[in-house]
Design a protein around this ligand. Structure first.
Ligand code: DGL
Length: 268
């Protein structure tokens, strides 16, 4: 089991931010990545649809013999993690628990801002997880549906992105947030702009890094870490292939993703 690949899925290529963080921390792990590019975005879809898509994504990875699954997509974690854990008998991690742990590792954290897709915000998954862990928190959740497309357009340093970010962030800054949770696969790419726009002392929690750290703890606890001597490989499967996804994948991963294969779901 230890030598099996780790399955990571997302609605598209944004989840490669999680892959990158996992590769940095756990270079011995083989990773099988599935991006459901044919059906993204998940962030604007209904909870039932997201649960169905997540079920099919997980089955694809299971059919490829993964030893555990990481749901890199915040929207899929928010809506589908409990149902996936009920259905499938292998370790399944999402991005929310780890992010919440990281935010609350600071005992002073009191006013927490969350930015995410509309689906993630509407699920209240982050809000509930935070409130369960610490009473008296002031939680301010802001749907930011325009951000993922801007990142995909590579408009990171574009004035329009700064303007839109300000519109999303100003209400949170007015509330005096001390922590901002970047609850979407795409947002780690915006960190430099966010730092410019936010007061210096706001603590940023990015779900990719925190998820990789959580995964390391879980694989250690379950004795499922790949042997150190192994050199981890990455296999990327996408449900829709286009040249554009190759370019995007390279940007999210910060290196060439290798040969990308077309995934057909539903057959497993
Ligand atoms: N991967 C999604 C998330 O983290 C963002 C893109 C989408 O809406 O599909 O919520």
């Amino acid at each position: 089991m230890k030598s099996g690949p780790l399955g990571i899925f997302d609605s598209g290529v944004g989840g490669l931010t999680v892959v990158r963080a996992v590769q940095d921390l756990l270079p011995a792990e083989d990773i099988l990545y599935l991006g459901d590019t044919a059906r993204m975005p998940y962030g604007s879809k209904s909870p039932e649809t997201i649960r169905q898509f997540a079920d099919e994504d997980a089955r694809f990875l299971l059919a490829h013999g993964v030893k555990g699954i990481v749901v890199a997509c915040n929207t899929a974690t928010a809506h589908a993690l409990p149902s996936l854990r009920e259905k499938f008998q292998l370790p399944i991690l999402g991005v929310i628990e780890a992010g919440v742990d990281a935010a609350l590792a600071n005992p002073q954290a009191q006013r927490i801002g969350i930015i995410a897709t509309r689906g993630t915000i509407r699920s209240h998954a982050y809000q509930h997880a935070l409130a369960l862990r610490r009473t008296g928190l002031l939680i301010h959740a802001q749907a930011a549906p325009l951000l993922a497309p801007l990142v995909e357009e590579d408009w990171i340093d574009h004035p329009a992105t700064e303007l839109i970010l300000k519109a999303y962030l100003d209400p949170l800054i007015e509330k005096g947030i001390d922590t901002l949770m970047l609850a979407c696969t795409h947002y780690p790419l915006l960190i430099s702009v966010l730092r410019k726009l936010l007061p210096e002392d706001v603590f940023l929690v990015d779900s990719a890094t925190t998820c990789a750290e959580h995964l390391q703890r879980e694989l250690t606890r379950l004795d499922l870490l790949a042997p150190d001597s192994h050199e981890g490989k990455l296999e990327v499967h996408l449900t829709d292939l286009s040249e554009e996804f190759e370019v995007l994948a390279r940007r999210f991963l910060r290196k060439a993703p290798g040969r990308i294969q077309r995934a057909v779901l539903g057959g497993a």
